[in-house]
Design a protein around this ligand. Structure first.
Ligand code: NAD
Length: 138
């Protein structure tokens, strides 16, 4: 295997911004752990050289631990994290489903990012430093 430029985890990599980021990192010689809750969306990335995929929910601690473990096992290190997973679409507050929707948004957009930062930080420190980008919103 050619020498890696580095390694990165990308969440919500099955679509949109996450997929574009994962493909661009791979194109530039990074080892990429691409994470998404939707196996079908993630599947095409498993055919891309340099990308390994992980199906999981970023709101779960286990997913975040697994993505870091995978980066370390497959690429030997972790240099960056694109914690891009986020959801929206809460109905107006008078809607009976509004609070459940807000809880779900909080679980992914806030808890998921916090779990991601906690999980990747020791690995980034072990690599001598690194970069985290996250989209905390909702
Ligand atoms: N597209 C925009 O213009 C824009 C602008 C500002 C912010 N954002 C934010 O950037 C992020 C990505 O946007 P996008 O348009 O590329 O999204 P997208 O809708 O194209 O893709 C989102 C991906 O996230 C995955 N996902 C959803 N919940 C998940 C979970 N719990 N764990 C793991 N994966 C999960 C979905 O399966 C999907 O593949 C989102 O947080 C979005 O709110 C997007």
């Amino acid at each position: 295997m050619a020498e890696l430029s580095g390694s990165v985890v990308v969440t919500a990599a099955g679509s949109g911004i996450g997929r574009a980021a994962a493909e661009l990192f791979a194109e530039r010689g990074y080892g990429v752990v691409a994470v998404d809750i939707d196996a079908g969306r993630l599947a095409p990335l498993s055919a891309v050289t340099g990308i390994v995929t992980l199906v999981g929910d970023v709101a779960e601690e286990r997913t975040n631990a697994e993505m870091v473990g995978l980066a370390r096992r497959r690429f030997g290190r972790l240099d960056a994290a694109v914690l891009n997973a986020g959801i929206g679409g809460a109905p107006p507050l008078e809607d009976d489903r509004a609070i459940a929707a807000l809880d779900a948004i909080h679980a992914v957009n806030v808890r998921g990012v916090a779990l991601g930062i906690r999980a990747v930080t020791p690995a980034l420190r072990a690599a001598g430093g690194g970069a985290i980008t996250a989209d905390v919103h909702g």
